[in-house]
Design a protein around this ligand. Structure first.
Ligand SMILES: Cc1cc2nc3c(=O)[nH]c(=O)nc-3n(C[C@H](O)[C@H](O)[C@H](O)COP(=O)(O)OP(=O)(O)OC[C@H]3O[C@@H](n4cnc5c(N)ncnc54)[C@H](O)[C@@H]3O)c2cc1C
Length: 639
């Protein structure tokens, strides 16, 4: 092992670890905080919350995002809600239950200590956001309302209609703006981090490109936080925003940060099906819809009747049939595979046959269209605009699509990577979700990281490591700037025949076909032949028009796709090496007799932390064993 993956989980009882750890942390004196500078790359929920909170504490923060405003971070797209163990419904919820549901939901591939802390902090998040004025839905009597999400039998999801991410982001954004106003945060919008600068083994800054002028600039700091979101767009078609990318974490990987469980991808069961080759984006239909919508397909293969003409007896409500205890709220990985299975049997609906119904007829009969409209109105409207079908009258058609990446940069309990001073939060880290994230838990994790964890742990790092004063005149910044300039020059000089988008689309298809909803050895090996060939062609034949000293979106995309072409390969290597199924990682060779994911705890109960070994070299696998002291590992069952 060359990269030590020490999780640094505090000792002691599970429920006391975080409190004890905070007590044992070194503190930075309030007057000294302003002498410490911190770079935060990303201003979504994880980055925006972190930047605002650390500036509030007194640190000097520089915050970067590639959009024109922090308000446009991809977090704004989150629809359904955010989990918290408040037990307002008095339905048996508790911090321990949220902890257990998350560990089980992740198919026992996450750390107990981290997940318990996440469940513990979930309750603080709601208080913080309510205090900021986030307009969560309320019951008639004024209490905050809840709904259910997959993988849980309690109602613990707080929401603001189908716009929870937007409302939470407005809260974080206001806090960030306040700090921009006081001078605590200097904001750099439309600026893309293109390299990490590591000096004497410590992260000391970044090199970034001003996307409007093309100027390449260095920024030094005492610590760096990456909160740059997920990398689902490696698949080209996903529910992620078009701009979401892996560049920041990929460059950090190449500077020595371990990449953990890269193949752990979440395929969300309820997205609007692909309608044709022209498409560059898929649209999520929130999991919250499964509170009232029933998922079904015709019992008979090839039944193309209008769904309203198909009698009850000829319908297969396959989730309710297979998973009676959780029904339509089976977790995402399981619901996605079940949908694929019925489509593979020829029972899929819609023109392509790659779709299943999400039907609200019963709910509308029971509750009335007005109640359904109140709960999901904006989602119904979005569906109708995209498909030109009215979901109040005909069932929605849905199909699984790439949605979230559980993998990401490896971090310890303090959210620090193996590169000292490099911290990673939100979807960009490999996080607390194991091999499958439960719905409404990403917002919870991003905000726990940003508001509550990193503001504490970064102080401990700064107090202990006392970083030497360094500025951008250091040679390491010049080297990184030169490397960035050289890469830009190369992109612009190829002048080949293929667009960046065509390479991205082809890579996405390889990833979906061989490293998507199900994977097998032969397919992954084939992908590992195809991806390097495609990458070689990219560097020979890509066409990037324009120049490097102006707004040039082809150039931006070229850099991101070049990184995806490398990351895709690492994902396939990881998926090939993990010869077990767990959560969203379904290896066809490893399944139970009834087709569920079959783990191999004896051989794979670890976090796979991949280490960059240099150009053309195979990455090195480092393992962090997972230790379970509080929960008993079992075959996941939602029946
Ligand atoms: C359609 C949709 C609906 C969802 N609904 C829910 C939900 O209901 N509940 C839930 O819990 N989760 C949901 N999720 C998941 C959740 O929204 C995300 O996981 C979460 O918002 C990610 O937040 P983040 O702060 O980590 O990253 P993001 O919000 O993606 O922010 C990334 C930030 O990093 C910046 N950035 C990235 N790269 C660079 C770079 N190289 N240089 C400079 N800046 C950079 C971006 O500009 C941006 O500011 C949903 C996801 C999708 C796609």
């Amino acid at each position: 092992m060359t990269v030590p993956l020490d999780a640094r989980i505090p000792t002691g009882p599970l429920a006391q670890k975080w409190d004890k750890h905070r007590f044992e942390m070194k503190l930075v004196n309030p007057a000294n905080k302003r002498r410490n500078s911190i770079i935060v790359v990303g201003s979504g929920l994880a980055g925006g919350a972190a930047a605002a909170t650390m500036a509030e504490l007194g640190y000097n923060v520089k915050c970067f995002c590639f959009q024109d405003s922090p308000r446009r971070a991809h977090s704004i797209a989150a629809q359904g809600g955010i989990n918290a163990a408040k037990n307002y419904q008095n339905d048996g919820d508790s911090i321990y239950r949220l902890f257990y549901d998350t560990i089980k939901g992740g198919d026992f591939r996450a750390r107990e200590g981290n997940v318990y802390r996440l469940a513990e902090l979930s309750v603080n998040i709601i208080d913080q956001c309510v205090a900021q004025g986030v307009p969560f839905a309320r019951e008639y009597g004024g209490m905050l309302a809840n709904r259910s999400f997959g993988g849980a039998q309690v109602s613990r999801t707080f929401y603001a209609r189908g716009q929870t991410g937007q409302q939470l982001l407005l809260g974080a954004y206001q806090a960030l703006e306040r700090q921009i106003g006081t001078g605590g945060v200097k904001m750099y919008p439309r600026t893309e981090m293109l390299d990490l600068v590591v000096i004497d083994g410590k992260a000391r800054g970044i090199v970034a490109r001003n996307l409007v002028t093309g100027a390449v600039e260095s920024h030094a700091a005492d610590a760096v936080v990456l909160a740059t979101g997920g990398y689902g767009n490696v698949f080209y078609l996903s529910t992620n925003a078009q701009g979401s990318n892996a560049t920041a974490i990929w460059r950090a990987y190449k500077r020595g940060a371990a990449f953990a469980n890269p193949c752990f991808t979440q395929i969300h069961p309820t997205c609007i099906p692909v309608s044709g080759e022209h498409q560059s984006k898929l649209t999520l239909m929130s999991e919250s819809l499964r509170n009232d919508g029933r998922v079904w397909v015709p019992k008979k293969a090839g039944d193309k009747r209008d769904p309203r003409q198909i009698p009850e007896a000829e319908r297969d409500y396959f989730l309710e049939r297979k998973y009676p205890a959780f029904g339509n709220l089976a977790p995402r990985d399981i619901a996605s595979r079940a949908a694929k299975e019925v489509c593979d049997e020829g029972r899929g609906v819609g023109e392509s046959g790659l779709g299943v119904y999400l039907d609200f007829a019963d709910a509308i009969k029971r509750l009335g269209a007005d109640v359904i409209k109140e709960r999901y109105g904006n989602l119904f409207e979005m569906y109708q605009r995209i498909t030109d079908e009215n979901p109040y009258e005909v069932p929605m058609r849905i199909y699984p699509a790439v949605h979230y990446t559980m993998g990401g940069l490896w971090v310890d309990y303090n959210l620090m990577s193996n590169v000292e001073g490099l911290h990673v939060t939100g979807e960009a880290n490999f996080s607390d979700h194991g091999a499958n994230r439960l719905g409404a838990s990403a917002l919870m994790q991003g905000l726990a990281d940003g508001y509550f964890i990193i503001p504490n742990t970064i102080g401990d790092y700064l107090a202990r490591s006392k970083p030497a004063k360094i500025d951008t005149s250091h040679a390491a910044f010049r080297d990184a700037e030169n490397a960035v300039a050289e890469r830009t020059k190369t992109f612009l000089s190829i002048r080949g025949k293929r667009t960046v988008g065509s390479f991205h689309r082809e890579l996405g298809k390889i990833m979906w076909d061989y490293c998507g909803m199900s994977r097998n050895e032969a397919g992954l090996k084939l992908a590992l032949e195809k991806i390097p060939r495609l990458r070689e062609e990219f560097w020979r034949d890509v066409n990037v028009p324009g120049s490097g000293v102006e707004l040039n979106q082809s150039l931006e995309r070229a850099g991101r796709v070049a990184d995806f072409l490398e990351l895709g390969e690492l994902m396939c290597i990881d998926a090939l090496h993990r010869q077990e199924s767990c959560g969203g990682h379904f290896r066809e060779e490893s399944q139970t007799p009834d087709g569920e994911a079959l783990r191999d705890d004896a051989n794979f109960s670890y976090v796979a932390g991949w280490e960059y070994a240099g150009e053309g070299q195979s990455p090195v696998l480092n393992k962090e064993p997972l230790v379970f002291e509080n929960v008993k590992l079992s075959q996941r069952s939602y029946k």
